[in-house]
Design a protein around this ligand. Structure first.
Ligand SMILES: [Zn+2]
Ligand SMILES: [Zn+2]
Length: 607
């Protein structure tokens, strides 16, 4: 009655057999045909970064399994569904991998290699990676509409982001800011708040812990003692901050510190912090040209912590976010000591060319020699690293482009409040994130990414282009060589300023990768697109990689918002956030009704 079964079933062989049957009997196609026209259930796939040919990790397989199980369940209930898989294709993810493959390790080397050749290598990597991911996903048994995938580097995807940015510009919510920002010296670009929230960004790191004397001017053998874990910032020092309410004491050595920090010490004099405010001191690097003329003084700051250090904080506005904000309050000079690769600038004399990390030992030795070092230890703390190349980050003051958040915040909170989160406390995490969100830094000083469509003019007008058609209409030259909307080609298309008529060029910056993935519900579903275009999404770099259509607006209305999306927890501040943000800007609604978040999963090697 039954066929005998082997004692040990061969699971891989069974899976292959079932996959072959699905293929031969067109099971997936028949399922979709059967459900077509039935009630619909909308799911958006979060794009997998196509930057490796090593294949999928166990956490990808885990996430894909959730997606597949839910879509199958809904299919068995008769729901008509879209099964569009997505690939993330540009930005640091792809660039850093290509740099490593080519043995390049700086922006100068990329430029020498050639931006066009570099862009081609990036596209090749994406194509190969997408091929491997597709093959493995099919082997996993995932049912998706393979071949009709979305690729975030398509011109269409880019154009939709341009339109989003132009919308913000029209509303006065896009601006250029001069800020102190976390900066990766290897990648040569700033890093934004949400990028820092990715796993493994904050790692334990051992740094020097220095107690340094700043001799007070006009006071015999008296000095302030400051504490720092970033010696490279000392040459950029311009002020020292005290807590005006705290009590400070002078040791018999003449050293001033907060009394609360050193309860065991004996002090020969005690004063309120406010009484130290205004005193001038000799800066630690006044003999180097940049600090030479600067009058270093003591400033009040309520935020000075009495939990660590000496209660006197060294302030370098060119090398720290809070320091930079204080410089505006107290009109302090801003010294930016390092270039974009994190090396000291020529005016820093003997430090010229030294990377910030290597400078630490030299600075410690120098301070010791000059008798300014009160104490030196090491300190283990959580320190941010580049999410892509793992280099420790530094702070730099640079010009970046930002989206103003304040006006949008109540709308974002309201939209999130209507989303059903599983588990429910992930919704609370999103709420917390949105409440504390700063302006979105969208610019990256890189190459193969979303070209920001911003063309500032000397007349003061900022031109923002909203589509490829608009670019073509306003271009003064260069259209014949515009292969796709990427650097270097797009940089060679200047436009006419709409205010004064002068020729203007695009800013060199590319966009944050989370813009690429956040626009997907608009770019792939044909939002405000008047007519359905067959294979209309397969544009620019995506041409030849997918056959995806660009649907029309009626289709968008049917499939937006998603009934359900799912990704790993860290996507709350990443994809779920950028999706929500961009949808609220363009449509005023959340792009998803239900979200399933899940924890991270690792393999036996911890990957
Ligand atoms: Zn980096
Ligand atoms: Zn102009």
């Amino acid at each position: 009655m039954f066929e005998p079964l082997p004692q040990y079933p061969d699971h891989p062989a069974l899976e292959e057999e079932i996959l072959a049957w699905w293929e031969d009997a067109r099971i997936f196609d028949r399922l979709r045909e059967r459900n077509r026209g039935g009630p619909h259930w909308s799911f958006f796939d979060g794009p997998k970064t196509a930057n490796t040919t090593d294949g999928l990790g166990v956490h990808h397989l885990w996430g894909r399994t959730y997606k597949d199980v839910f879509q199958r369940y809904k299919a068995l209930q008769g729901f008509d569904q879209r099964y569009q898989n997505g690939f993330d294709c540009q930005g640091l993810w792809v660039e850093v991998k290509v740099e490593r493959d080519l043995g390049l390790n700086s922006k100068r080397e990329i430029e020498e290699y050639g931006m066009d050749a570099f862009a081609r290598r990036c596209r090749e990597l994406v194509a190969e990676s997408a091929r491997v991911i597709t093959q493995q996903s099919i082997r996993l048994g995932q049912w998706m509409d393979w071949g009709n995938d979305y690729y975030t580097f398509s011109d269409t995807n880019i154009e939709y982001i341009w339109r989003f940015l132009k919308t913000l510009h029209d509303r006065g919510q896009l601006y250029q800011g001069h800020r102190s920002t976390e900066w990766c010296p290897r990648c040569g670009t700033s890093i934004s708040q949400h990028e820092l929230s990715q796993s493994d960004v904050y790692r334990d790191r051992s740094d020097p812990s220095l107690f340094v004397r700043f001799p007070l001017k006009g006071r015999d053998r008296e000095s302030l003692v400051v504490w720092t874990t970033t010696p490279w910032t000392l040459p950029a020092n311009v002020a020292a901050a005290v807590n005006p309410e705290a009590e400070y004491g002078k040791r018999d050595t003449g050293e001033w510190v907060a009394v609360e920090r050193f309860p065991e010490d004996t002090f020969v004099e005690r004063v309120r912090g406010s009484e130290l405010v205004g005193l001038e001191y000799e800066g630690p690097y006044d003999h180097l040209q940049p600090a030479h003329e600067i009058v270093h003084r003591v400033i009040p700051w309520d935020e000075v912590s009495l939990d660590e250090g000496t209660g006197i904080v060294h302030i370098a506005p060119g090398a720290g976010t809070e320091d930079f904000e204080l410089s505006k309050v107290h009109d302090l000079p801003v010294l930016v000591p390092v270039d974009e690769s994190g090396r000291f600038l020529p005016e820093y004399g003997w430090l010229h060319g030294t990377p910030t990390g290597d400078a630490a030992d030299q600075i410690v030795g120098d301070l010791r020699e000059r008798g300014l070092l009160e104490n030196a230890e090491t300190y283990v703390h959580r320190y941010p690293h580049c999410w892509r190349c793992e280099t420790p980050l530094i702070f730099r003051v640079v010009d970046d482009w930002f989206i103003a958040v304040e006006e949008l915040r109540p709308k974002l909170l309201e939209a999130n409040a209507g989303v059903q989160w599983t588990p429910a406390f992930y919704g609370k995490r999103m709420d917390d994130w949105l409440r504390n969100l700063g302006d979105w830094n969208i610019s990256r000083k890189r190459y193969f990414g979303l070209p920001l469509p911003i063309y500032p003019c000397a007349c003061g007008h900022v031109n923002v282009i909203g589509s490829k058609a608009e670019l073509e209409e306003r271009a003064t030259s260069g259209l014949d060589q515009l292969e796709e909307l990427h650097r270097p080609w797009v940089d060679n298309v200047p436009i006419r300023c709409e205010s004064c008529g002068e020729e203007v060029r695009r800013v060199p910056e590319v966009g944050d990768v989370w813009l690429d993935a956040g626009i997907v519900p608009f770019a792939t579903l044909g939002w405000q697109n008047p007519e359905w275009i067959a294979e209309g999404y397969a544009t620019g770099a995506a041409k030849g990689l997918t056959r995806a259509d660009l649907p029309d607006h009626a289709y968008w209305e049917k499939w937006f918002p998603a009934h359900w999306v799912t990704e790993m927890r860290e996507q709350i501040r990443l994809w779920f956030y950028s999706l929500l943000f961009m949808s609220v800007v363009l449509d005023g609604r959340a792009p998803y009704q239900q979200v399933l978040g899940h924890e991270d999963v690792r393999d036996e090697h911890g990957h």
